[in-house]
Write a protein that binds this ligand. Structure first.
Ligand SMILES: Cc1cc2nc3c(=O)[nH]c(=O)nc-3n(C[C@H](O)[C@H](O)[C@H](O)COP(=O)(O)OP(=O)(O)OC[C@H]3O[C@@H](n4cnc5c(N)ncnc54)[C@H](O)[C@@H]3O)c2cc1C
Length: 386
């Protein structure tokens, strides 16, 4: 029988890997240790649920109990791994030690607020990065019993998707960010401005060019003060200022980490033999993609490796589809600064091609009707990890 496998984390990476390994070996002992409920859900759908007034339970596909039954795996839910002793092959779960043979870290990434969020505002200030967060925000919206005034801090993918989703759900949304246009890491400015205009047409109040300075309670409202002194009152604040890979646990094991994640090679092997990593927490051969397709490719390759067929992972030229129905957006951001962006099109239907010095396509961004060019351009673009 193959060595028992221990996976820490039950997100799409951890559960995806457990399924792939089980499909290859019906008898291998698999244990998933997870800090959350272990319920299976598609994280990308968190930012599409408020327009449809979906309850958190509708977003969960399967309970941890069902997964354990169907896949014949041990699910240790609401259990946080606190440290790893790589020499003695043990994971510490608070006061309990469990031995491991093969270990996989699928611990994801955590929200990175611009400053420590005040505890006394915890009932009004949120981040949404998992189903429990969605549950808490959903309850706060419902408690108001009317359309809410929501201020969203951060205009990246997560902030923009929630802005679009909440305004479509009937709420009054303000979007605050220091950049001049939404989606600064995915779109060159002309396309960002097109999205900004579409957001304004949809009723989103844009407050761009200003960072958040402080939050405080004033009567029943939360006041957000921006760095130009501008004040905005809201019922709820949603902080969407980016994610940072969870590397703390790996650090306790002496595994090589840096700000881009747990370092692995193309076999998802960390610097400590017998410990692998994948998903949002892992930086694979210098790339931390933080999207679903790379983690699915990683789960498939790692399952093969752990089953005795060493397999290098490859990431294709996979564009990101941003879920902003106010203006559809597709982006394949270049991995390094392009020599120029060539922008074509009219109105909100724009194509931007990122080109290197020698005229090669190294990335692209599309808005509106131009998103239909996604497949054609992806074929011409370089793979993220070829
Ligand atoms: C709102 C939103 C929309 C998105 N939309 C898209 C999209 O449209 N397309 C796309 O490709 N990507 C999208 N993404 C990104 C994508 O969802 C993530 O890349 C993916 O879900 C990450 O999965 P993961 O398993 O690596 O991490 P996570 O889902 O974060 O899972 C980490 C797991 O580790 C557990 N854990 C962490 N630390 C410990 C510990 N010490 N002990 C035990 N357990 C621990 C957690 O409890 C959790 O179960 C979106 C993300 C968000 C937030």
């Amino acid at each position: 029988m193959s060595a028992p496998l221990t996976i820490i984390g039950s997100g799409m990476a951890g559960l995806g890997l457990a399924r792939q390994v089980r499909a290859r070996d019906a008898h291998r002992p698999i244990t998933v240790i997870t800090a959350d409920s272990g319920d299976e859900y598609a994280k990308p759908l968190l930012s599409t649920g408020f327009a449809k007034h979906l309850s958190p339970d509708r977003l969960a596909n399967r309970s941890a109990l069902d997964i354990a039954d169907q896949q014949e795996i041990v699910m240790r839910t609401h259990t946080r791994a606190t440290s790893i002793d790589s020499l003695h092959r043990q994971v510490q779960l608070g006061n309990e030690s469990v031995s491991f043979s093969e270990l996989v870290l699928a611990t994801g990434a955590a929200p990175q607020p611009p400053f420590a969020l005040p505890n006394e505002l915890a009932d009004r200030v949120f981040t949404i990065n998992d189903l429990d967060d969605y549950r808490a925000f959903h309850a706060a919206l419902n408690a108001l019993d009317r359309a809410a005034r929501v201020a969203i801090i951060g205009a990246g993918l997560v902030g923009c998707e929630f802005a679009n989703d909440l305004v479509a759900g009937g709420h009054a949304v303000s979007l605050i960010a220091p950049e001049q246009a939404p989606l600064p890491r995915l779109l060159p400015e002309p396309l960002g401005h097109a999205l900004g205009e579409a957001f304004m047409d949809a009723g989103i109040h844009l407050l761009l060019g200003h960072g958040l300075q402080s939050l405080h309670r004033e009567g029943v409202d939360i006041m957000a003060t921006l760095d130009d002194g501008h004040c905005l009152s809201a019922d709820l604040i949603l902080v969407a200022t980016g994610l940072s890979p969870r590397t703390e646990l790996a650090r306790t094991a002496g595994i090589a980490i840096d700000s881009s994640g747990i370092q692995t090679d193309r076999y998802l092997q960390t610097s400590v033999p017998g410990i692998h990593a994948l998903g949002d927490g892992a930086c694979v051969a210098g790339v931390n993609a933080m999207y679903v397709q790379p983690l699915q490719a990683s789960a498939k390759a790692l399952a093969a490796t752990l089953s005795g067929t060493p397999t290098r992972v490859s990431y294709g030229p996979w564009p990101v589809l941003v879920k902003t129905p106010a203006l559809p957006v597709v982006s394949l951001p270049p991995t390094h600064a392009p020599d120029r962006w060539r922008v074509e099109g009219e109105g909100h239907d724009l194509t931007a091609l990122a080109e290197s010095k020698d005229g090669r396509l190294i990335g692209f961004a599309l808005t509106g009707a131009c998103v239909r060019r996604k497949v054609e351009l992806a074929r011409a673009a370089p793979a993220l990890l070829g």
